[in-house]
Design a binder for this molecule. Structure first.
Ligand code: ZN
Length: 270
């Protein structure tokens, strides 16, 4: 289905790749598939999938949160949107944070998982569970899930309703402006079928600013550049080249995976 820009709703765009066709919004700069799933199609697709039952601890990102949102670990409350199997919720709970997860896919049930507060639903005013809509959060996280929001403007409106003033917004994602996509014909390789948009660094920074979020810090996940480019990467010279390329791409903000720590400082323009 041919749809407008999921953030600014403009139809004015230019072609970035042809197969599958990816276009860039001339107004806000987000990339999107020129034919993509509607929200209704996306809901049907996701609701019928089941997510893995495996839960594990991962303390890398919680250490980032501890540094930039310390109050969260002192009686704060977090909502993890698109929480997947719930590992992040599980890890935060172990650290004493009141953590709630929201995930469109069904959970494969285990006893351990039943103890986690994970709701099945969408981050959309029509479909968000009432138990979540009527709460206020100190931090809301989107970990590899922001690009599945069907209307990013509405996403920020809903954030404004349930995130406390001065609350944190934490985004972990891949950006389409990274080196990883430079030579790739198919830009959807990492994003999957029901992606609604692909953020570029520039578009993302601009949208966060417009919506009233101040960027506190951006972290880049280390990356084996030569491996990602499909080149030999295990001998010593390759390791040195890798290190240099990684530094260059970190400096130019072109590494693929990043973590944005931001804070809501004012109401957005809408
Ligand atoms: Zn746009």
């Amino acid at each position: 289905m041919e749809l407008d820009c999921p953030y600014c709703h403009s139809l004015d765009s230019k072609i970035i790749r042809r197969n599958p066709k990816v276009i860039c919004c001339n107004s806000c700069g987000l990339y999107r598939l020129s034919s993509r799933m509607s929200y209704e199609q996306q809901k049907e697709y996701l609701k019928n999938l089941t997510i893995s039952s495996h839960i594990s601890s991962d303390f890398l990102e919680t250490s980032i949160l501890k540094r930039f949102f310390p109050a969260l670990f002192d009686g704060g409350k977090i909502l993890d949107v698109g929480c997947g199997e719930g590992s992040f919720v599980y890890t935060l709970k172990k650290m004493g944070v009141e953590a709630i997860g929201l995930e469109p896919m069904k959970q494969a049930g285990t006893e351990q998982k039943a103890e986690l507060n994970i709701y099945q639903g969408f981050f959309n005013r029509e479909d968000i569970p009432a138990e979540i809509l009527h709460q206020k959060f100190d931090l809301i996280s989107f970990r590899e899930s922001i690009y599945y929001m069907n209307d990013l403007g509405m996403t920020f409106q809903l954030l404004g309703a349930i995130l406390r003033p001065n609350g944190g917004l934490y985004l972990k994602m891949h950006v389409a402006s990274s080196f990883y996509y430079l030579g790739k014909k198919d830009l959807t390789v990492r994003y999957g079928k029901c992606v609604q948009f692909m953020p570029t660094r520039k578009a993302l920074v601009s949208i966060l600013g417009k919506e009233g979020y101040k960027i506190l810090k951006v972290f880049w996940y280390s990356c084996n550049v030569l491996h990602a480019l499909g080149l030999p990467h295990s001998n010593l010279p390759a390791k040195v080249v890798n290190r240099v390329l990684e530094k260059i791409f970190a400096w130019t903000e072109m590494l693929p995976s990043c973590y944005y720590c931001t804070k809501r400082v004012k109401n957005g323009i809408k």
